[in-house]
Design a protein around this ligand. Structure first.
Ligand code: SF4
Ligand code: SF4
Length: 97
């Protein structure tokens, strides 16, 4: 029991299973990303779904590994991220709650 409670988040995420939906459930309007000072989406996502390309000034979103926590939606200072949960049976399937 103690081992379960002390398991690291990466280990917990690893056991999840995904039934990836063809449609991206994360929509990001990128008109403010270049001027967004701290780009909090790039460090608040627990599975590193957001990667900023400084050279091309574009954000890449890897929706396939999303654990649907909603953190990115909350931290975006310009409210540019919309999360629409995938249909039932698609997206993340938690193995330990
Ligand atoms: S936090 Fe919002 S505005 Fe900032 S880089 Fe991410 S998506 Fe763009
Ligand atoms: S909902 Fe959570 S896991 Fe999915 S992209 Fe946003 S922060 Fe990452």
């Amino acid at each position: 029991m103690v081992a379960k409670l002390t398991r690291k988040i990466d280990e917990r995420i690893y056991v999840n299973r995904y039934n990836i939906h063809a449609k991206n459930h994360l929509v990001v309007v990128q008109d403010m990303c270049a001027v967004c000072k701290d780009k909090p989406c790039t460090f608040s996502c627990p599975v590193d779904n957001y990667v900023w390309d400084a050279e091309n000034k574009r954000l890449t979103v890897y929706y396939e590994g999303c654990v649907e926590c909603g953190a990115c939606v909350v931290v975006c200072p310009y409210h540019k991220i919309t999360l629409t949960y995938p249909p039932a049976g698609r997206g993340v399937n938690y193995r330990f709650g």
